[in-house]
Design a protein around this ligand. Sequence first.
Ligand code: FES
Length: 361
Amino acid sequence: MLDPLSWGARLASALVYPRTLDDFVGLVAPLRSRRAHHAEVVLVRRETYDTVTLVLRPGPHFPAHRAGQHTALTLEIDGVRRTRVFSIASAEPRAGERHRTIELTIRARPSGLVTPRLTGRDARALREGDIVELGAPRGDFVLGTPVPDRLLLVSGGSGITPVMAMLRTLVARRHRGEVVFLTWAKSPRDTLFRAELDAIAKAAPLTCPGLRIAVVHGPMSEGDLAARVPDLASWEVFACGPSGMLDVVRADLRKHGDLTKLHTEQFSAPTRPPAPEGEGGEVTFARSGKTAEGRGPILPMAEGAGLRPKHGCRIGICHTCVCRKVSGTTRDTATGALSTDGDVDIRICTSEPVGPVVVDL
Ligand code: FES
């Protein structure tokens, strides 16, 4: 069964964590909680045969997002809380404005545990009025200030969502710079936001005179960017899509553009640099009194020791798994950076022990 966030789950959460006034606020009026952000589903809109958009109304304490950022969506599926990270596809609010609604456009991953439930046509999908939990918006894949004069937004497949947020933001602000929006989709039936893109392109002479939009079907090939965007080196490039497509973008920019102007977003596990031989260590989970020894991320070590730490993406994006490291050295598996300080927060899904480590878990 797919349950947005049942009363029982919220009660269990309130009993597991230290009981503060806010925990009980979260139980009876989740949208008003400050400790965990919640949102009401106000609309479920089908975009394509395998994609839906959830229009969500977050509570008053949900921070304003910047176009390109993502949020972690938590639901209860068959009695288990599951968290997944999605880009926010809607325009960012104006300075000082509060969110009225945000939109997440979600494509089914055939082998996924969560997205097929959200996008399916069956009775288990989310409905208007359901309450879901959201993480605060995060991510550095955002337009700079001021917005660059020449902006190239490139996407493939469902990677269109964060750059769609950028496009919607620029259109809402009637941006006057040059913007080229290029998106690759497998076929017409896989193309997201087609009608809206056509409408934006049609209105561009009045709203954003420097905007050009192209939708391309089929895979992206080397040379495509240079062929469509003359003087490639003069554009700031924001690209989101599958890793193969991003490799093509990098190859094009290496040859014809400026790689230092490339910003990318990709929702897949980072490539791990091999750990130096002999690393690993013993992890002591201070609160539960358990220990585990080995190499690799602390999250599976904790699970192997019988603990159930909160987690979502398991690839360092959603921050759901953040725990206090009391002491010891850990290595970030994505960057290879060492953390030697005690009393700091670490993401246990991407932190591995280097020698003895104590974690508050
Ligand atoms: S589980 Fe998402 S950052 Fe660790």
